[in-house]
Design a protein around this ligand. Structure first.
Ligand code: GLU
Ligand code: MG
Length: 430
């Protein structure tokens, strides 16, 4: 591999990876000492505009501090290479910065462990739309659609293999040109890093084949959406303590109850773009109703026990948070889930009841008697005092202020563009 460029960066508050690159001769220096960066850059919107009320303005300097083992090399058939190494956003002396999403996740994981002794395992599923494939029809879940996507999948696997990890599955999904990758369970930081790197590998491999891969949540109003499903499980040492007797109890029950209670702030942190809200359609398996259900794909959280072992416990069980999408910053999304869940455990919340039907099939009176609320239908519905107070407590005031300035910027753009125009612009970015 000859002289090439080495990129150092990470997802900012709009879920977009941004950073700087140096020639490979300077790689080692940059990996050890980091690179200078501008605080306001973590707020640049998807349409490349700075939120007018971002808390940083033109002032200040931070540093991109690389996470050495979170790295991939994007190569192509001509032997060209481009290294991508993820980083933390640190203060200029290298110490932690209050607005770094990865640092926020690290703290949430540590606090959960310290307060409860519990750890989390996380696996992400990402759906995406591939344009430019030579296919007359896309037969969902078929070998023909799988085979057509295989050259892309193989390139992605080769990149990840070099970086020391792999995928669990690659699936031809339901929508036209829609595919899905599933990652393997890992601790939250590792799962988040791998997700960011995998998405970059998919984008690169697609471009290299003359294709375009888009993770936009709702590519067209008459098509299924691209979701991100976050499978997570609670562990006490080597034991998965998420499910007992096919439902969540004790700490896992309290964790789940808190997620439902915090659905609004969680939504603002897990589905970030103005396009995201168009995906929340009942009966499209998004989980648009705020509830949890055993194996229920119309619930915001699906409980997935999988196979019990001989002793009747469920070693591979997970809760699946279904409403998130790839416009979110994965570190902040997990931080929010953990902070909400930890709060629920500390408050001793009771496990919610399983919703075992599709809420959309009930008449509105029955739904409201059962307390089954639909998720908000626009960003504006979430830019409220109760949501900002929760973001303050989960993220700290500066990160919350920066994050909210991004969402207000998005909400402003959303009012200026039609759904189609917005989907067209964002579809080439996400
Ligand atoms: N495409 C659906 C979503 O937007 C999910 C379908 C599935 O269950 O895989 O989340
Ligand atoms: Mg899927």
């Amino acid at each position: 591999m000859g002289e090439h460029f080495c990129f150092i960066g990470n997802q900012e508050l709009n879920g977009i990876v941004r950073g700087r690159s140096v020639p490979s001769a300077r790689r080692e220096t940059a990996l050890s000492g980091g690179l200078p960066w501008v605080p306001a850059n973590i707020t640049i919107g998807a349409l490349n505009t700075l939120p007018p009320d971002n808390p940083f303005g033109p002032i200040g300097e931070i540093r991109l501090m690389p996470v050495r083992d979170a790295a991939i090399t994007l190569t192509n058939d001509e032997g060209l290479a481009y290294d991508v190494t993820l980083c933390e956003f640190a203060q200029s002396d290298g110490s932690p910065w209050a607005c770094c999403p990865r640092t926020a996740l690290k703290a949430a994981v540590e606090d959960l462990k310290a307060a409860t002794g519990l750890t989390l395992k996380v696996a992400f599923e990402h759906e995406f739309t591939v344009r430019g494939l030579n296919t007359v029809d896309h037969i969902a879940f078929s070998p023909s659609a799988g085979r057509i996507g295989a050259p892309l999948a193989e390139r992605v696997l080769a990149i990840l293999d070099q970086a020391g990890f792999t995928l669990d599955q690659f699936v031809a999904e339901y929508g036209p040109g829609q595919y899905e990758i599933a990652g393997q369970p890992a601790d939250p930081l590792e799962a988040a890093d791998r997700t960011v790197l995998t998405l970059e590998a998919i984008r690169h491999a697609a471009a290299d084949l003359g294709l375009h891969a888009s993770f936009l949540p709702k590519p067209a109003s008459d098509q299924v959406g691209n979701g991100v499903h976050v499978h997570f499980s609670l562990w006490r040492g080597a034991e998965n303590v998420t499910v007992r007797d096919e439902w969540v109890e004790d700490h896992a029950g309290a964790f789940l109850a808190a997620i439902l209670e915090a659905a609004r702030p969680l939504t603002l942190l897990s589905t970030t773009s103005p396009n995201s809200f168009a995906r929340y359609k009942p009966q499209s398996w998004v989980g648009a109703y705020i509830c949890a259900g055993l194996r229920n794909r119309e619930a915001m959280v699906r409980i997935v026990p999988r196979q019990p072992d001989a002793g009747g416990t469920y070693p591979a069980a997970s809760m699946e948070f279904r409403t998130s999408d790839a416009t979110a910053n994965v570190y902040l999304m997990l931080t929010a889930l953990i902070r909400a869940g930890l709060g629920g455990i500390q408050a001793g919340l009771q496990s919610p009841k399983s919703v075992d039907h599709d809420p959309a099939t009930l008449d509105p009176e029955t739904r409201s008697a059962l307390g089954l609320e639909h998720l908000p239908s626009s960003m504006d519905d979430l830019l409220t005092d109760d949501v900002s107070a929760r973001l303050d407590s989960w993220l700290g005031p500066l990160l919350a202020a920066a994050y909210l300035s991004c969402r207000r910027n998005d909400a402003m753009h959303a009012k200026q563009l039609t759904f189609e125009a917005m989907a067209g612009r964002l579809g080439t970015i996400y």
